[in-house]
Structures are given as C-alpha cells and as structure tokens.
Write a protein that binds this ligand. Structure first.
Ligand code: X2X
Length: 343
C-alpha cells in the first residue's frame, strides 16, 4: 500500500467507525440513507465553470468515502445570494463554505487583499509560488485572526483580470477616464479604477450580466475564462488585455461550525476541497489554451495594451504607496519577494 492509499484507507476506516458510533447512538440510520452531516458550499460562478465541476466531484467523493454520511451541497451562480450576502452567511454559519475572492474578502479583512495588488504577479509561476508559499500562509493567518472565518490551504483560481466594454477598446489609461465600469464590491479594485479616473460602480457578480445588457455600466473586468463561461461576450464588444491583477478564491469556512464536526469529517472535507482546488487550477489552465479563439469566434474584439502606462498612472496616483501602508512593510516584502519591486 502506498502512503497515500494507506492514509485514505485509515481515514475511511475512521469515518466508518464514526458512522457506526452514530448508528449506536441513534443519530444515523443506514436505511434512511440520510446524510448525518449536510454542508453547504456556495459560490458566485456558473454551474459549468471548473470551480463547480470540481466542487461537485469533491461532493461525490466525500459521499462515497463517508458511505453517505457527509453530504456537501454545492450552490453555484449566487443561488444563496450575491457575494456580500454569502460572506455574511459564512460569518453567521448559515453556509458552511463560501468561495470568497480575496478582493471581496477585503471588505471585512483588508489585509487579505494583498494578493490583488495591481500588476504584481506576472504569471502563474509567481501566483502559485506566492499563494502556496509564505504570502498565502500570511493571508490565511490574517483570515483566521477574524476568529470567525478560516481558509483552506489551497486557494482556487479565477485568473488575470482583463477589461471589457460595449463602447470602445481601452488602449491607454486615458481611455478609462470617466468610464462607467462595474467592479466587484472590493476596496482594492475600486481604488485601482479610481486611480485610473474611471467611474467604477460596485455591483455583485450576480447582477453583472444584466447590468451590462441594460447598459447601466459600459464595461467590467474579469478573467478571459469567466467571460467565456458566464457568456459575458454576449453583452460586451471589446476586450483589452489589461491583465491588471490576478484573483482567486479562498474556500472560507466558519471556524466554530467546522470545529464542531468530528475530526474524520474535517479531514475528509479538507482533503477533497484542497484536491478540487488543485484540479480546478489545472482545468482553467487548459481552458486558457483556446479561450482567445473561443471569445473571438463569439465576436469579441480583443486587443493588447502596454501595461507600463497603467502602472505609471497607479504610481502617480499614490496607489502603491497607499496600499503598502495599509498592508504593512513585512507583508509587502513577502509580496515583492515574488513580484519584484512595485515602487
Ligand atoms: O465578481 C467578480 O467579478 C468575480 C467573479 O471575478 C469575483 O468573484 C471577484
């Protein structure tokens, strides 16, 4: 038996004994096949997105390995509410797990946004080195300090954010001036687009498609793979490859609710959530290979930008110095260790 399969075997055994114990105390009946532990996992992404494909796969494996005693219920597409709501529900314990973007978590825990500093990470090697390394560990500690939420070890991917509009392509920062642009409810993204002198409006993702369709806003910014899976190309014409920041999703849990679960259940859920995260990162990587072709075939007009002009505009606006002060010297040094100097 390999180390991993032995561990899995032992884990299955301990779960089975937990189920037996529960049966003895009348909590679990094999005949009813009712799950003893029902755990809600909520997120803002479409059902077809790798996040939900892998989350449902994790749910299936968790059910199998616990012989049906643990049911992970996946709620995609903001079914349980927009992000602001889901974050509140994760805090209250009404939902067990919420896929929380660092940028939105920033409304509650400002230090969690450090991974979203503009133009910090150049590529995925840098992203995973930071997020699976010291910077990620620092952020998870900051999240845990809330005493309400915690984050599983592996952050899930969303991607490098690009800018789309229905009105005109963005080539230089000047093109953003006065532009009505949807941004998530996120202090750090809001501050970036204010620095660009755009007119950012904070709207939950659940409302983005209709806000673009009815032209309440001219544009928005999100990764290419999400433009595809959420079909935003149907309501946008231009896409500028601003790649202005990377963003992901911490899988956030409620500390006291999770601690109340039996340890074998905690271990099983932790293993499969982290595994699903690693797998969905790879799925998005594969999607990225042909996403430009897919979006172009849907009629989206893609163009490149020179990022240096955008960075300079942020420097001039004091964006970097302001966020450096917010995050503090030590965390900033962890970031720059990966990104290089951001001054
Ligand atoms: O709301 C967004 O734009 C999204 C889906 O990218 C986030 O979750 C931050």
């Amino acid at each position: 038996m390999t180390g991993i399969s032995r561990r899995r075997f032992v884990q299955t055994l301990s779960l089975a004994s937990a189920a037996l114990l529960a049966a003895g105390s009348g909590l679990y009946s094999e005949n009813s096949r009712a799950a003893e532990f029902r755990l809600k996992f909520a997120n803002n992404l479409p059902l077809n997105h790798p996040m939900n494909v892998r989350a449902r796969e994790a749910a299936k494996r968790i059910a199998e390995e616990s012989q049906g005693s643990v049911a992970l219920q996946v709620f995609p597409s903001s079914q349980l509410g927009g992000d602001t709501d889901m974050l509140a529900q994760a805090r209250s314990g009404a939902i067990d797990f919420y896929a929380g973007p660092p940028v939105i978590l920033g409304t509650l825990i400002p230090s969690a946004q450090i991974s979203a500093v503009g133009f910090a990470f150049k590529d995925y090697d840098q992203v995973w080195a930071a997020m699976d390394g010291e910077l990620g560990a620092h952020i998870r500690t900051e999240i845990a300090k809330s005493e309400v939420l915690f984050a599983f070890e592996k952050i899930w991917d969303n991607g490098f954010r690009v800018t789309t509009t229905s009105s005109r392509p963005i080539a230089t920062p000047a093109d953003l001036m006065g532009m009505k642009l949807r941004v998530p409810p996120s202090p750090i993204i809001m501050s970036m687009f204010r620095s660009f002198e755009a007119a950012p409006a904070s709207i939950n993702f659940s409302e983005v498609y209709s806000a673009l369709q009815t032209r309440i806003v001219e544009g928005q910014e999100n990764p290419l793979t999400l433009l595809a899976s959420a079909k935003l190309y149907e309501v946008q014409k231009y896409c500028s490859m601003t790649n202005h920041m990377w963003d992901g999703f911490w899988i956030l849990g409620n500390q006291s609710k999770f601690a109340a679960l039996p340890e074998p259940v905690q271990a099983l859920v932790t293993k499969h959530i982290n595994e699903a995260g690693v797998n969905m990162r790879a799925d998005l990587r594969t999607m990225q290979l042909d996403v430009i072709e897919v979006l172009t075939s849907k009629g989206l007009i893609l163009s490149n930008v020179a990022p240096e002009a955008f960075r300079q505009k942020l420097r001039d606006a004091g964006y970097y110095s302001q966020w450096r002060e917010t995050f503090g010297e030590k965390p900033w040094a962890l970031l720059e260790k990966i990104s290089g100097s951001l001054a």
